[in-house]
Write a protein that binds this ligand. Structure first.
Ligand code: DNO
Length: 355
């Protein structure tokens, strides 16, 4: 595996490439053209400029998170084929620039959903948190306003203000889309892009829905073992793979994370590893990465990745906000650096134990 950190680009991130380069064991970044709209074509020039900037810091691009998939593709809207053509051309341009991993999601309307961006923990750190009763008590269009005071001035992925003003229309688009239709639209998209992925050896890695169940009545499909195996089995191509995100699949305590990892041997192309602390079945917060701070056994998760021969990029995921850092919630430097170091430590121990 390769340890990486997510970086939103110098225009959007408070964390610098220089800082990332100084985290021991981190050699690559996972990045994106953060201001590109879903459905838009990424030109080769823009990709090259991003790549040159990252290379100049002594790091390299280990993958893209995300090339977003438009709502037209997810709902089979009138612009679907045009957007798929743009997606294919974007993949071609990434391939020409020697980039071989793309993370994306197929979540309707929202990317991840949390009800708090700065819940205070006993040690004074703040974390993202989710409470089902709070979701049930609010209209989706109110959610954005509720959270917007706690973003520390950053644009949160999937919650871009220009999208949120259209949130009611977005819901309309999905009014006749159920889980079956969403699956069909996903398969249509995957079948269309597999040839270009084969040509350039681009591994597509779908990110799970977070939380792993329906929110606000919207269909959600990338939520459990049965559904991901359906996805990988229906479009049975090694380039059709997954991002294994422990914090997203882990929102549903019925998901057995090490077992899911083992069932996806050869198809996990990217891993997001983080811990959650459950206060009840329907209330959780994002803890530090350590097993002892949360609900998951992080050793077992890393061990399962090792056992299936996982050799892709891995990244610590959302961190707590600590040491008075002001950054995008979940994406500060300090706690993610601690997370990367901890995960590297677990990995080193596992490797040496297996010699
Ligand atoms: C949240 C992230 C997600 C993820 C997308 C992938 O912090 O893990 O926003 O990047 O769902 O498309």
């Amino acid at each position: 595996m390769e340890m990486t950190l997510r970086w939103y680009g110098s225009k959007f991130d408070t964390v610098t490439l220089k800082q990332i380069r100084q985290i021991p064991g981190v050699t690559g970044v996972i990045t994106t053209l953060y201001d590109a709209q879903a459905g838009e074509l990424w030109t080769r020039d823009r990709i090259k400029a991003l790549k040159d900037e990252v290379n100049a810091s002594g790091l390299h691009i280990s993958g893209i998170e995300s090339v977003n998939v438009s709502d037209a593709i997810k709902t089979a809207g009138p612009e679907r084929d045009e957007h798929i053509d743009n997606y294919i051309k974007t993949l071609e341009n990434l391939g020409e620039e020697d980039i071989h991993l793309v993370c994306y999601n197929f979540m309707p309307v929202f990317d991840w959903t949390r009800t708090e961006l700065a819940r205070v923990r006993p040690d004074g750190s703040t974390v993202l948190a989710y409470n089902q009763a709070a979701v049930d008590a609010i209209k989706p269009e109110e959610m954005f306003d509720k959270l917007s005071g706690d973003t520390n001035g950053s644009i949160m992925p999937g919650w871009e203000p220009e999208r949120m003003v259209h949130v009611k229309e977005l819901f309309e688009l999905y009014s006749d889309i159920d889980e079956e239709k969403l699956f069909e639209n996903l398969f249509y998209f995957l079948r269309a892009i597999m040839p270009v992925c084969d040509k350039y050896d681009i591994k597509m890695a779908i990110h799970p829905d977070d939380p792993a169940w329906s929110v606000f009545g919207l269909p959600r499909i990338i939520i459990n073992k049965k559904n991901i195996l359906r996805m990988t089995g229906t479009v049975d191509n090694v380039h059709n793979g997954v991002t294994f995100c422990s914090g997203s699949y882990g929102t549903n305590l019925e998901n057995d994370l090490p077992d899911m990892i083992r069932s996806l041997k050869g198809r996990i192309h990217f891993a997001h590893v983080r811990n959650l602390k459950f206060n009840s079945q329907s209330d959780f917060e994002e803890s530090a990465h350590l097993s002892s701070d949360g609900t998951f056994d992080m050793y077992e998760i890393m061990k399962a990745l090792y056992d299936i021969g996982f050799d892709g990029p891995i990244r610590p995921d959302h961190g707590r906000m600590i040491w008075d850092e002001v950054a995008m919630p979940g994406y500060g430097l300090y706690d993610r650096a601690l997370g990367a170091t901890y995960l590297n430590g677990l990995w080193e121990a596992i490797v040496k134990n297996n010699r």
